[in-house]
Design a protein around this ligand. Structure first.
Ligand code: MGD
Ligand code: MGD
Ligand code: SF4
Ligand code: MO
Length: 684
């Protein structure tokens, strides 16, 4: 039997067809606009059955033994009652806000984000915290401050594509197919990436930019485009505010002046500015290479402004504004007692920029546990995340999670984080649960992530865990639903769509015709109703109204002030299609004996330091040290190494975030630099 669903093994949310026989998942295939033989294949999806039926899956709740010697199996009643008792005790002793719910990216940002928010708000805690400050939510925040919501590049129809800090061939196959298709049909491809990726090799122009310096490139491009009258004057006049202010600030960044600090030539900067502004339509695909830097907010605001300046916003083949589904906001934020402040209170604009994103600066969890600022956290529930591996400064993160009174982890596997837990609740995989997917409510068309098999072992879908906790906490009225379908139907009522409708429309359900140029009859969702090159809201809050109006500030690369002792620039490396962040290293077909857990070193550097391929290399920063085999590779450049990402779960000595810091955060989005840092290397 073939069943339509959405894959959530990574955040790309590919619509897929799952093949099920006698209740068992046999295989799965991505859907695509391309003919089956032309489609990109995903190693994780190909291993779907191995993942789902892995002997390493958690199949029953686990409770830490009293003597601390590991875990014992328990039933759901006992485990949930224990969690509820802990929540009630901490509320009595330290207040509801002393309990936080920390969300990783895995279970999706749709319903699995809304339900815990609802639970925590009804319980009285404002502290449902996501990891959006280092993932794409800080970028969504930037887009939203410029033109009201995050735009979607329509690469397939573009004539010029800038891929800026994104590597879709490894991370988002549907998007990669669109880029390849456009390129084959004549589009000019520009890739901005410090690393020579497979896509960079394919590009017409590759800019090997210095990590963390993309904001200055965007400002120099803006300056070039305005200075040469290459902007869309009609669009700017009718639909934007702050053009003169932007022009003045951009004039501080002429290509000639910034080029050296970006490792680029002024001629190249001018060339791509001109190409982008004069080839219509043009799309910019921005990615996580920009996110994990503390300047991400201003950087991606400047990039967003390029889209508007050139009139590529909401154009076919440009960057299109979404047509969100009118879903009910079920988060119950209004139930929080007046005056409740979240632990992320220093980032109030970020906390409130959207109606549903809420709190996304996860480093605040660690601060609140260790420094008890702005107040102490006593208990954390970690759902679908592995902070001990994925959060910056793993040593400090571990200290925090060890100090907690109560740690509950909801996961499919016994992760590094789960090992520290008092209670572990086994979650069902994406193939075992019906779920409302964020991608489906942010924009038409909608796809249902549908359960195709029963939960494996005694695992429960995340929704069931949250609803059951709610009922046991005395919140039955807020959690009246016995099935995922009931809850989703309630949430989708304003859209007039039900789960049953979505099941009929396995190829996607559009509830509104695709429309471009929506700004012609509806204002942008900004305070002025226009594209904001200058943001009064930001200026009034003491931030730069125009990006980089006060310069770049401190060096964007961590430990740059200690480069005498740490002379090599390290970049957090490629996301392999076989894995998602710290996941799937327990699956032998994907692990392939650890292939890919390497530090890429330029042959010139290797020769200078006497390293050969396969040498075990110790990489150190002021925060700590890790070890990995060397791979000599000209994908990087001399003086820069690329370090494999996500291996801390497989081998704690290969945990990249042992090297990163979370001390200096972007002032607006709280983003720490997990991407690039100064380090030093030696042979073990
Ligand atoms: N296979 C797989 N797929 C995934 C994931 C995974 O771990 N594995 N993770 C999922 C998640 S959570 C996310 S957020 C996405 C992320 O997916 P992407 O947005 O594609 O992010 P990355 O592949 O991490 O990095 C993109 C590129 O940015 C480059 N880069 C690094 N620093 C800089 C810089 O300073 N400037 C510029 N211009 N480029 C830079 C890197 O070299 C890399 O080629 O992927 C999702 N999909
Ligand atoms: N240095 C550095 N740090 C980074 C990054 C980087 O590139 N470099 N990437 C950053 C980014 S963009 C992100 S998004 C974060 C990711 O940070 P995390 O979200 O912590 O990352 P994952 O390793 O994907 O952890 C997801 C966990 O959820 C579990 N899981 C999977 N599916 C489900 C489910 O349906 N339900 C439940 N309950 N659990 C499930 C998995 O087993 C896994 O343990 O890491 C960030 N940290
Ligand atoms: S890229 Fe692969 S793992 Fe990610 S959603 Fe698509 S099929 Fe699933
Ligand atoms: Mo992410």
């Amino acid at each position: 039997m073939i069943i339509d669903t959405v894959c959530r093994f990574c955040s790309s949310c590919c619509p897929i067809e799952a093949e099920v026989e006698e209740g068992r998942l046999i295989g799965a295939r991505r859907k695509s606009f391309l003919e089956p033989d032309k489609r990109l294949t995903c190693a994780k999806l190909a291993a779907a059955a191995e993942i789902v039926y892995s002997p390493k899956r958690l199949t029953t709740p686990l409770i830490k033994k009293a003597d601390g010697t590991g875990f014992r199996e328990a039933g759901w009643d006992e485990a949930l009652d224990l969690v509820v008792a802990a929540m009630q005790r901490h509320r009595r002793e330290s207040g509801s806000q002393s309990i936080a719910w920390l969300r990783g990216m895995a279970a999706d940002w749709g319903a699995p984000w809304d339900y815990p928010n609802r639970l925590m708000h009804a319980f009285g805690s404002p502290n449902t915290i996501g990891n959006g400050s280092i993932c794409f939510v800080a970028r969504d925040f930037a887009h939203s401050y410029v033109y009201g919501s995050m735009a979607f590049p329509e690469a397939k129809a573009a004539k010029c594509i800038i891929v800026w800090g994104k590597n879709d061939g490894n991370t988002a196959l549907g998007a990669a197919e669109g880029i390849h298709w456009a390129k084959e049909h004549g589009a000019t491809l520009i890739v901005i990436d410090p690393v020579r990726t497979a896509l960079a090799r394919k590009a017409d122009i590759w800019l090997q930019i210095k990590p963390g310096h993309d904001g200055l490139l965007a400002m120099a491009m803006i300056n070039e485009i305005i200075g040469n009258n290459l902007y869309d004057a009609d669009f700017v006049r009718q639909y934007t505010v702050g053009f003169e202010k932007l022009k003045q600030v951009a004039a501080q960044y002429p290509a000639e002046q910034v080029a050296d600090s970006l490792w680029l030539s002024a001629a190249r900067i001018k060339e791509i500015a001109r190409l982008y502004a004069t080839t219509k339509p043009a799309a910019i695909i921005d990615g996580n290479g920009l996110d994990m830097h503390r300047e991400v907010f201003d950087t991606t605001r400047a990039i967003a402004m390029l889209r508007a300046l050139t009139g590529n916003l909401d154009q076919p083949g440009g960057d299109v504004l979404p047509q969100p589904i009118p879903a009910r906001n079920i988060q119950l934020k209004e139930r929080l007692p007046e005056g409740t402040v979240p632990i992320t209170r220093d980032y109030s604009l970020f906390n409130t920029f959207s109606e549903t994103w809420g709190n996304q600066v996860q480093g605040c969890v660690v601060d609140a546990i260790l420094d008890e600022q702005p107040y102490p956290l006593k208990m954390v529930v970690v759902q679908s995340g592995n902070p001990l591996v994925t959060m910056a400064d793993s040593t400090r993160t571990r200290a925090a999670f060890t100090k907690l009174d109560t740690l509950v982890v909801i996961d499919m596997f016994l992760t590094e984080t789960a090992r520290l837990a008092d209670v572990i609740l086994p979650a069902s995989s994406c193939f075992e649960k019906t779920q409302l997917n964020r991608a489906s409510i942010r924009n038409n068309p909608m796809f249902l992530q549908d359960a195709v098999i029963e939960p494996v072992g005694d695992s429960w879908p995340d929704w069931k865990i949250v609803f059951e906790l709610g009922r046991r906490l005395g919140l039955s009225e807020d959690f009246p639903w016995q099935t995922a379908e009931e809850a989703i139907d309630y949430q989708l009522e304003p859209a007039g769509v039900t789960v049953a409708d979505l099941r009929v429309h396995g190829k996607g359900l559009r509830i509104e015709e695709l429309r471009y140029h929506k700004y012609r009859d509806q204002p942008f969702k900004t305070p002025s109703g226009k594209v904001e090159f200058f943001s009064k809201r930001l200026a009034e809050a003491g931030f730069c109204g125009v990006p980089f109006a006060r310069g770049l500030g401190a060096d964007p690369i961590s430990f740059a002030d200690q480069s005498d002792a740490y002379p090599v620039l390290g970049v957090s490396g490629s996301r392999d299609i076989r894995f998602t962040n710290s996941q799937y290293r327990t699956i032998p077909a994907l692990l392939r004996n650890g292939e890919g857990c390497v530090v890429d070193i330029h042959p010139e550097d290797a020769a200078r330091q006497g390293f050969v391929d396969g040498d075990r290399i110790r990489i150190e920063t002021p925060k700590g040290e890790i070890e990995m085999p060397a791979r000599l590779s000209s994908t990087t450049r001399p003086g820069m190494v690329r370090i494999a990402w996500g291996w801390g779960e497989h081998d704690p000595r290969a945990n990249l975030n042992t090297l990163t810091e979370d001390e200096v955060r972007g002032p607006v989005s709280g983003t720490s630099t997990s991407r690039s840092f100064m380090c030093r290397l030696r042979k073990v």
